[in-house]
Design a protein around this ligand. Structure first.
Ligand code: CUA
Length: 352
């Protein structure tokens, strides 16, 4: 155990391994699924709108099912009329009934249905987009190239910098400030709520309230450049007490390296200038360009939701950053001796 109470197998299983190694880099495709299985898989899982785990997502799912049922009724009625039209004898209908059908089906029914849907959607709007609560903890998320800068602003005024993972207490409404320094991204955790754009120059607000515990997947939902599709994250909803313990752990500085290899890893990390871009609180690494790595080993994935979190994935990321995430700002370190990469990887993996 370790890593936030999850075993290594659980953590690795939560992510898609690209199977890229410094020496032999290749991408392993997943097994092919039959089409019905693919269709049904959209109804459940950690990234499904139809398997809601948040107050807002529940209202959106309800709306979706009502629209689906309504569309099914309308489709059956239209197909029924089409079949009738094919098989009815010519001249067997009178003009009056035809007029009623055209005015009723073409104007009255759509107007009534659309007006009812409008009233209902206005009614559920406060649930889909709840008002931002006064006071309390707030989370600021910035869309970066291509990762998520996450800052927890606690009620007592502290700022806790994290990255590529969002954790929330179940049953509590948490306010989010969504920003971007350059291009438009969109912050979306389908299981918890609808998507909200992150637009340079403004702060968009949203509120997330998970209704059950779980690990869900978030993604960028607005094309933002080469590696847009590789900009994901985990959203974890936890019991409030577990969440409070997790946040305190994240607020603490990193613990010193465990053994000589990890200590060598830290030395190399600092020696090669990684600290110019990354912060590891409690060490001399204080850079602010890249993700904060103080507790990077505790996260459920690496590289913004695209790799499992284990020493091998750290080594692959360091050696082939540009292959795993094309056009990313971080340079790769594939020129380093394998032993040095492994030492850095072991040190980072130990930052739990
Ligand atoms: Cu960020 Cu797409």
């Amino acid at each position: 155990m370790g890593k936030g109470g999850r075993t290594r197998r659980e953590r690795s299983g939560a992510n898609s391994a690209l199977g890229i190694r410094p020496g032999r880099r290749r991408i392993r495709p997943g097994p092919a699924l039959p089409v019905p299985a693919l269709l049904l898989s959209g109804c459940q899982g950690r990234q499904s709108v139809l398997d809601p785990a948040g107050r807002s997502a529940e209202a959106i799912a309800d709306l979706w099912w009502v629209l689906l049922a309504g569309a099914a009724v309308v489709w059956l009625a239209v197909i029924g009329l089409a079949v009738y039209a094919v098989f009815a004898r010519p001249n067997s209908h009178d003009l009056g009934k035809t007029r009623i059908l055209i005015i009723g089906g073409g104007a009255v029914v759509p107007s009534v249905v659309l007006a009812a849907l409008l009233v209902w959607s206005l009614h559920i709007l406060p649930v889909v987009h709840p008002p931002v609560p006064e006071g309390g903890m707030k989370v600021r998320v910035s869309g970066e190239r291509w990762w998520w800068r996450v800052t927890y602003l606690t009620e007592d005024g502290r700022e806790i910098p994290l990255a590529n993972e969002v954790r929330l207490p179940v049953g509590r409404a948490t306010a989010f400030d969504l920003v971007s320094p350059d291009v438009i991204h969109s912050f979306w955790i389908p299981s918890l709520a609808g998507k909200v754009d992150m637009i340079p120059g403004r702060v968009n607000r949203m509120v997330l309230e998970p209704t059950r515990e779980g690990v869900f997947r978030g993604a960028c939902a607005e094309y933002c450049g080469t590696s847009h599709a590789l900009m994901n994250f985990e959203a974890v909803s936890m019991a409030p007490a577990d969440f409070a313990a997790w946040l305190e752990r994240q607020a603490a500085p990193a613990e010193p390296p465990e053994g000589p290899v990890e200590a060598r890893g830290l030395e190399l990390f600092l020696g090669y200038g990684c600290g110019a871009c990354h912060t590891i609180r409690g060490t001399d690494a204080t850079g602010g360009l890249g993700p904060d790595l103080t507790h990077v080993g505790s996260r459920l994935s690496l590289g913004a939701g695209i790799l499992p979190n284990d020493p091998e994935a750290f080594a692959n990321w360091l050696a082939a950053t540009h292959v795993i995430k094309p056009d990313v700002n971080m340079p790769h370190f594939g020129m380093l001796p394998e032993a040095e990469i492994e030492a850095i990887a072991l040190y980072l993996d130990g930052l739990t």
